[in-house]
Design a protein around this ligand. Structure first.
Ligand SMILES: O=C(O)[C@H]1O[C@H](OP(=O)(O)OP(=O)(O)OC[C@H]2O[C@@H](n3ccc(=O)[nH]c3=O)[C@H](O)[C@@H]2O)[C@H](O)[C@@H](O)[C@@H]1O
Length: 490
């Protein structure tokens, strides 16, 4: 038993192999040489392919820089509408899907500078994010009308009908306000905007809105209301020179489960009832940090259920009006104790006055690009409400009266979806600091809304002057067309 472990059979086999190797040495050498040649030529081929690809990419990006830098443009364009939460989220993270134009360039910069330039002495220059949104459009128009410079930014996402946002953009464009089509998470673009125009203020209104939708698309709220806010504050704090003052949209929803009423800025806000509210509350904490470290002047405005012409189709007053006209049911929430849900509905014109008042009294930021701040900067938060909560059933009754048609009501107990039973603002701080005084009743405000609503959707509805009218006042032949037009927008 060979201890080496090599048997005769093994040795014979090994010998044969060695022999074969010896006799085939020349062949092996030839094979090795040709293998080396193949390997060398494939390396060459590989390198050539890589070089060619790089050259192609280089040439391609020369012609289409937007693919690297993302795309932004100032003009209106068609955007696909999608109701899926995933699509909305994607569009929140990305800049415009239209890649035909790019930012930068002499013409683009000239247009930004023109739009940012105030036309009155002492006017301010404001970058308005979410400018094609409901509050953003109204504020941009008001600023421009009084002679301030305004540049808008909006990503035109599909959370609700983008054609309504495009129509608002057209309105802005007609008044000389340029709206850049881009996302607030696009830091290079924000930096570029501050390089081109010396904005004195940022009115940051871009956000993922809607209390109940947060259960469907939670990440959209984090992307826009947390990451997006940080992106805006980073550029304002570290890139802009000098730093602007920032006024931004918080929400009445931060009061969450607070039961002390009317809601005061001194009340607890550490029990948000929805992820939406939590992201707004997080925004207030983030604002504190940027004020503390970088000396940014920051004002948070807690809006209370803002409504009016050019409003948001995802809000109850808007889709209730649509359902009433279309003869579809409206679902009304009742609190667990059996009481009607109530809201401190606040008319858009009152909110605009509050936003402008906040901008005018913001006070300067005290930091600089170098990271040093010369002293403490203002950090403020205000309620902007109407101070008179109204049951949602009353809101529906007003709409019924204006539209001359009874709603098909379904009353259900409020689902556990982040909603709160009531809101009620104490606005004494805003009154004290910038004279904020809401003056529009829900009746008057909804009348303005319905006027616009009927006109915008070309509805054949005669708006009631006085008491409720019969459903016959909506001409039956046109009813179908109206319903179709409205459902296309939701
Ligand atoms: O003020 C705020 O903080 C918030 O106001 C609104 O949120 P919300 O007040 O919930 O506004 P709607 O969704 O229009 O609801 C208004 C009322 O209608 C009720 N409602 C809503 C939907 C429905 O189908 N039925 C119904 O009775 C709600 O319970 C609520 O009382 C906005 O959607 C938020 O973006 C904003 O931040």
């Amino acid at each position: 038993m060979p201890s080496s472990g090599i048997t005769a059979v093994d040795a014979a086999a090994k010998g044969m192999k060695l022999e074969r190797y010896a006799s085939g040495g020349a062949l092996l050498l030839r094979r090795a040489t040709s293998a080396k040649l193949v390997s060398a030529s494939s390396h060459l081929l590989f390198r050539a392919t890589v070089l060619a690809t790089l050259a192609l990419v280089f040439l391609f990006t020369l012609h289409y820089p937007s693919l690297l830098s993302r795309s932004f443009h100032l003009s209106a364009g068609a955007h696909p509408s999608s109701s899926s939460a995933a699509a909305s989220h994607r569009s929140l993270l990305m800049s415009s899907s239209s890649s035909s134009a790019s930012y930068g360039g002499a013409a683009w910069e000239k247009e930004i500078r023109r739009s940012a330039r105030p036309s009155r002495d002492g006017g301010i220059s404001v970058l308005v994010t979410g400018a094609a949104g409901f509050v953003g459009t109204h504020c941009s128009l008001a600023l421009k009308a009084r002679g301030d410079g305004v540049v808008g930014l909006d990503n035109f996402n599909t959370y609700y009908d983008p054609s309504l946002k495009r129509a608002r953009q057209a309105l802005l464009s007609a008044r000389g306000v340029a709206v850049v089509d881009a996302d607030i998470n696009d830091s290079p673009l924000l930096e570029k905007l501050f390089d081109v125009a010396a904005f004195t203020h940022v009115l940051h209104l871009a956000a993922q809105a809607g209390v109940r939708y947060a259960m469907e698309a939670p990440q959209a709220y984090v992307a826009s209301n947390v990451a997006g806010l940080v992106s805006v504050l980073e550029v304002a704090a570290k890139h802009a020179d000098p730093q602007p003052a920032v006024v931004w949209a918080s929400s009445s929803s931060v009061y969450g489960l607070n039961t002390d009423a009317p809601f005061s800025e001194e009340h607890r806000t550490d029990r948000p009832a929805s992820l939406y509210a939590a992201t707004k509350k997080a925004g207030e904490a983030i604002a504190h940090t940027y004020n503390h470290i970088y000396g940014l002047s920051i004002t948070g405005l807690r809006f209370f259920t803002v409504y009016g012409p050019w409003g948001r189709p995802d809000m109850a007053y808007f889709f209730f009006a649509r359902s009433i006209v279309a003869g579809e049911p409206v679902t009304l929430f009742r609190a667990a104790d059996g009481s009607d849900a109530r809201r401190d509905f606040t008319y858009i014109d009152d909110v605009v006055k509050g936003c402008l008042g906040a901008l005018d009294t913001a006070g300067k930021s005290t930091g600089s690009r170098s990271g040093k701040k010369s002293g403490p900067a203002p950090l403020r938060v205000y309620n902007l409400g109407n101070t008179s909560p109204v049951p949602v059933t009353r809101m529906v009754a007003i709409l019924e009266k204006l539209l001359g048609k009874k709603a098909n009501k379904r009353i259900v107990t409020m689902p556990s979806n982040g909603d709160v039973p009531f809101t009620h603002a104490n606005v004494s701080h805003a009154t004290r600091d910038f004279g904020y005084r809401p003056t529009t009743s829900l009746e008057a405000g909804l009348r303005h809304f319905v006027d616009w609503f009927v006109q915008y959707y070309k509805l054949d509805v005669k708006i009631a002057k006085g008491g409720a009218r019969s459903a016959a006042d909506i001409k039956p032949a046109k009813k179908k067309k109206a319903a179709a037009a409205m459902s296309a927008s939701s």
